[in-house]
Design a protein around this ligand. Sequence first.
Ligand SMILES: [Zn+2]
Length: 319
Amino acid sequence: MHQFQILQPWIPHILTAIKKEIKNEHLPSAPAFHRTYFGSRPLNRLTTEELFQAYEKELSTGNQELCEWVISRWVFKHGDLYEHFAKRLSELNPNFEEIRQITEAQAEYILDGAAQAFGPINLYLFSILNGVVFPEVILTRLKEQADAAQKASACTAAKAQCVQQQIDERFMREALKEAKKAYAKDEVPVGAVLVHAGEIIARGHNQVELLQDATAHAEMLCITSAASAIGNWRLEEMTLYTTLEPCAMCAGALLASRVQRVVWAAPDLRLGANGSWVDLFALKHPMHKVSITGHVLEEEAAALMKSFFQEKRERAVVD
Ligand SMILES: [Zn+2]
C-alpha cells in the first residue's frame, strides 16, 4: 500500500497536531495549489475538516503535494521522536542515515520505552515515516497499539460528553420547574436558570402578562437578577439554560452580557434566534463567542408549551 494511503486514517490526528502551525508561508506557494484545494479561503482560517477534505481530494487525484506538505510538517514537529530514533539507530550504525532495513531485535531495541515516552500513535506514525523499514510483524504490533490508543481516547471523549449531557439535563430540569411556575400563572411556560461554577445563581420565568411587559422573558429576568446579585453586568463563564430557543431580544442580551454558553430545550419556530427564524449566534463576533447546545430535554419543554396553548384554545371555545 502507498504510504499516504496507510496514513489516511491518521490524518485527522496529524492535522490536529499541526493545525496551530499552519501559516501561509508553510504551504507550497503556487497559486494553482491554493485554488485547487482551498479556493479563496485564507489558509490561516482553514479548519481541520477542510484540510482533511483537501487531503482526500488529493489522494483521489493521485497528486502528492499536499500530502507531502502535511506529513513533513508533522515530522518536523516531532523532533523529540527524531532524536530518539537517531540516537538508537546510531548505536547500531554510526552512519545511521545509511540504514534502510532493520531486524526484529534491532527494532525492539529502538522502540523500547518509546511508546510510554511519545504515545503509541505518534510512535507508530513515526515508525512508518522515519525512512527505515521496520519488520512487518513489528509494524503490525505498533498499529494495534495505536488503534487501541485511538479507541481509548474516543471513549474518553464520549464519556466527557456523556457527563456534560447529564449536567445539562440536571439544570434544564430546574429551568423546566421555572417554566411550570409560569404555566401556573397563565403565562407562556418558559423558564430559565443561570449557572456559574455548577451553582444556580439566578432563576426566571416568563412574566410578560403579569408585568404587561414584552421584554419580561425568562432569559431577560435571569440576566438582570444575576447581574444585580453579583454586582457585575458581565456574566462571563456562565451558562444560561432556557426551555425555549432564545428570541432575537434575548439573544442580543445574552451576547451583550457575555454569557459563555447557552443551552435551550425546544425550538421556537416563530421567533427563535438560533436558526428557527434567524441565527444571531452563527455570525462571527470579533470579541465574543457564545457556545450553544440545543434540544436538551426538548420533548418535555415542547409538551409543556403544547398543552398550554391547547388549554388556552379550549378555554377560548368554552368562553
Ligand atoms: Zn426572549
